[in-house]
Design a protein around this ligand. Structure first.
Ligand code: 1HN
Length: 351
């Protein structure tokens, strides 16, 4: 009789011989599949606008918006290079349009947000209505709506694109289509959506044109800024967030898009925030002022000094705290609505 194989050898033989059947033992990977707490591969990263802008302008010389379809430099998480992802679920990029250019009309199931970083006078058209871009405006392209961008002004315009591309890719649920015309026909005057839905009022009889997405597709900075300024003067300042507001879909009270939540916050002068962490990784665009983010996670720490137009990402379950000597305004977006829909959103605030 043969001597029984030593355990280790027995197992290796089992693994080897069942491998051709695409079978693999759970017990070897169980700990990694259900970690005791989120253990993202993503790392915090900062893109200083001073460093990025020259490359954007060079891209403006290297290719037209029309040829590129979308002239964008993708902000890739350093730990996810090649995946067009800033976190496991989110995409971020900086898009440039120059005077006279058109980015042709198309549609896709991925939802997009635009946050205007530099310049005025470009427009985006969604489903027949144009909206003019100004720095700090937050604009939505709902899933499966025709959209094109154009620029009839006289200075370069740059915005942050936030899309749910990795999430839709994960579900293998993406469709896309090009329009037959470069620029879609304008069928409503500018401001129609905002007039119908943007004043804490809504038409008495209406349908949700964009399904689960907000019928307002442009949230002007002038309004958000005014709200933050008033609240900074008169309302309690949160020790973790400063003064932070979430954008909402006026028809539901929920997030403007089913997959992405958006926020605008003001850190008052002298703010020295307490640390927090949450499961939704977030991308930040600095609107005004300067500040610092200290981020810790997975045994490492990062200190980002940020100023206007800088972008940074705080990955899932990394501890972060903000400070600002002279005050600043931050826009951010995350995949929080999906966490909430799945009942897996976690947040921790420390003292
Ligand atoms: C897209 O359609 C836009 O419409 C921007 O401006 C970025 C990234 C991937 C796929 C589609 C846009 C995009 C995109």
């Amino acid at each position: 009789m043969n001597a029984p194989l030593p355990t280790a050898q027995l197992r290796q033989q089992l693994y080897r011989e069942m491998d051709p059947l695409n079978l693999t033992p759970l017990w070897e990977v169980l700990h990694a599949l259900v970690p005791p707490e989120p253990a993202t591969l993503c790392v915090p990263a900062l893109w200083s606008y001073d460093a990025v802008r020259p490359f954007l302008m060079r891209a403006g010389e290297a290719i037209t918006a029309e040829e590129a379809v979308r002239r964008v430099l993708i902000l890739e998480n350093p730990a996810l290079r090649g995946q067009s992802a800033v976190t496991q679920s989110l995409y971020a990029g900086l898009q440039l349009i120059l005077p006279g250019e058109v980015a042709p009309s198309h549609r896709h199931t991925q939802s997009a947000l635009r946050f205007i970083v530099e310049g005025s006078g470009a427009y985006t058209a969604v489903d027949g209505e144009r909206t003019t871009m100004h720095p700090g405006d937050f604009i939505i392209t709902p899933s499966w709506t025709w959209h094109d961008h154009g620029h009839e002004g006289d200075e370069p315009v740059v915005w942050l694109d936030g899309l749910d591309i990795p999430m839709v890719r994960f579900f293998d649920a993406g469709f896309a289509e090009n329009n037959t015309s470069k620029s879609q026909k304008v069928s409503r005057i500018e401001g129609t959506s905002f007039a119908r839905y943007g004043h804490n009022m809504a038409p008495v009889r209406h349908e949700a044109r964009f399904g689960a997405t907000s019928p307002i597709f442009s949230y002007p900075y002038a309004r958000s800024r005014e709200a933050l300024e008033c609240l900074e003067r008169d309302a309690p300042v949160d020790d973790w967030d400063g003064v932070k507001l979430r954008y909402l879909n006026p028809l539901t009270g929920g997030s403007p898009m089913p997959t992405m939540a958006t926020f605008m916050q003001r850190l008052p002068a002298g703010f020295d925030g307490r640390p927090w962490r949450q499961t939704d990784g977030a991308v930040y665009s600095v609107v005004e002022g300067n500040g610092e983010a200290v981020i810790e996670g997975r045994g490492n720490s990062w200190r980002f000094a940020f100023g206007p137009r800088d972008h940074f990402v705080i990955p899932s379950w990394h501890t972060a705290r903000f400070s600002s000597e002279r005050g600043c305004v931050l826009f951010s977006y995350s995949d929080r609505p999906v966490h909430q829909a799945l009942g897996i959103h976690h947040e921790e605030r420390s003292s």
